[in-house]
Design a protein around this ligand. Structure first.
Ligand SMILES: [Zn+2]
Length: 401
């Protein structure tokens, strides 16, 4: 049977409450992180940590990409293309494409999260953070058609114009691929030529049911749609938008004018959480380990766990973290990534936002996994519960029964 339509149905809104289901908040034109955990910290007194960071960052920014050979990635395109939604055993298949980019195959849908899959994460081509790892495929025609592109926010290392254009240049995706993005980001997509009806803007806690409707069904007839829905649960998923602690901006003058978010995908078999780019708590540059817990943490991960958890699998960022007074507000240390893993009730987490993009901060690009294992040891959590994967690695989750 041919399946033509991805039918979107918005579910009723949840009652917002700062304690249990915190809604997005704006001050004037700008979104804010409405929690004490996002309080900015000054650089340590008598320290030049801020200016040292800036100097190192600017120096690194002008390193020519070509001097750093892009490391090859092996992507198992056969497994990706042979994934089949009717497989009796497999509930979902998740492939890390580097940084925050994941390819999720769940039920009949192929979803790309935060696809920064080109050269520079920067408005200019000759400077800025860059991908120093390959992506494992040359053209999008080598991948299955993309049903959804889901974005956490508009920073260059997550929202990449080159990759988005490449996706839509593939004729199978042109009319098919739907974008899900946080509030106020639709105009960016429309501005680069994506039809408005193919972009869905979402607020924190929005939920959309997505149903693959057979071509034969008249989509103007609600009864026919409902019938199609009830006939096959494995042609349906729910896409939920959830809060996180971050910021947005691309031009220098548009700071926080668009929202940031994490995402939850649910099927009849699996619950998946993509935390996006996020901080957990704001720390000063110098903070003895025993004092960390004195600083407030972001409450939304527990809210997400209570409302949508437990999760069968979660993708949680680790780093960059230097210098702490600048980075901790918007990024997570390995220790705080473990806290997110616990708060959201994840059974199995994957570390992301490391190992791919050079000069995103001044941290070593390989930082993340070793620190994560240390943080897990401190809480007696087995390493298998929250681990790193290699770029191109595929994780398959089996159906429960
Ligand atoms: Zn970001």
């Amino acid at each position: 049977m041919e399946y033509k339509y991805n039918y979107l149905k918005k579910l009723p809104e949840r009652q917002k409450d700062p304690e249990t289901c915190c809604g997005s908040t704006k001050q004037g034109k700008k979104y804010i992180n409405p929690w004490p955990s996002a309080t900015p910290r000054a650089a340590a007194k008598n320290s030049n940590i801020g200016s040292e960071f800036l100097k190192a960052y600017i120096k690194n920014a002008f390193v020519e990409r070509e001097k750093n050979t892009s490391l090859k990635v092996d992507l198992d395109l056969k497994s990706i293309n042979e994934y089949h939604e009717d497989d009796k055993n497999i509930a979902m298949q998740l492939t890390w494409l580097g940084h925050a980019a994941f390819l999720l195959q769940i039920n009949t849908f192929t979803i790309l999260f935060d696809p920064f899959l080109s050269g520079r994460a920067s408005p200019i081509s000759f400077a800025g953070p860059y991908r120093c790892r390959g992506r494992g495929f040359k053209k999008f025609s080598e991948l299955p058609p993309i049903d959804f592109v889901i974005l956490s926010h508009n920073h260059y290392d997550h929202l990449d114009k080159k990759t988005i254009k490449e996706i839509y240049a593939d004729k199978r995706n042109k009319k098919r691929t739907q974008v899900f993005c946080p509030l106020d980001l639709k105009k960016w997509f429309v501005g680069i030529g994506i039809p408005e009806k193919q972009v869905t803007e979402c607020d924190w806690w929005d939920e959309h049911e997505v149903i693959r409707i057979p071509e034969s069904v008249d989509i103007t007839n609600e009864e026919a749609i409902n019938e199609a829905l009830n006939s096959s649960s494995n042609r349906k998923i729910t896409i939920c938008t959830v809060p996180n602690q971050h910021f947005s901006g691309r031009t220098g003058s548009d700071n926080n004018e668009t929202l940031w978010a994490g995402w939850v995908i649910k099927s009849q078999d699996i619950t998946y959480y993509f935390a996006g780019d996020t901080g957990y708590r704001s720390l000063p540059d110098i903070c003895p380990e025993e004092e960390i817990e004195n600083y407030p943490y972001c409450p939304v991960f527990k809210q997400i766990g209570n409302i949508h958890g437990p999760f069968d699998i979660a993708c949680i960022p680790v780093g960059p973290v230097i210098p702490p007074h600048m980075m901790s507000v918007v990024h997570t240390t390995a220790g705080d990534a473990v806290n997110i893993h616990l708060d959201c009730k994840s059974k199995h987490s994957i570390a992301m936002h490391w190992g791919t993009v050079e000069n995103l901060g001044v941290d070593n690009i390989e930082s993340g996994p070793a620190e994560l294992r240390e943080a897990l040891d401190k809480k007696n959590i087995p390493h298998e519960e929250f681990h790193d994967v290699y770029i191109g690695q595929i994780i398959k989750l089996e159906k429960k029964n």
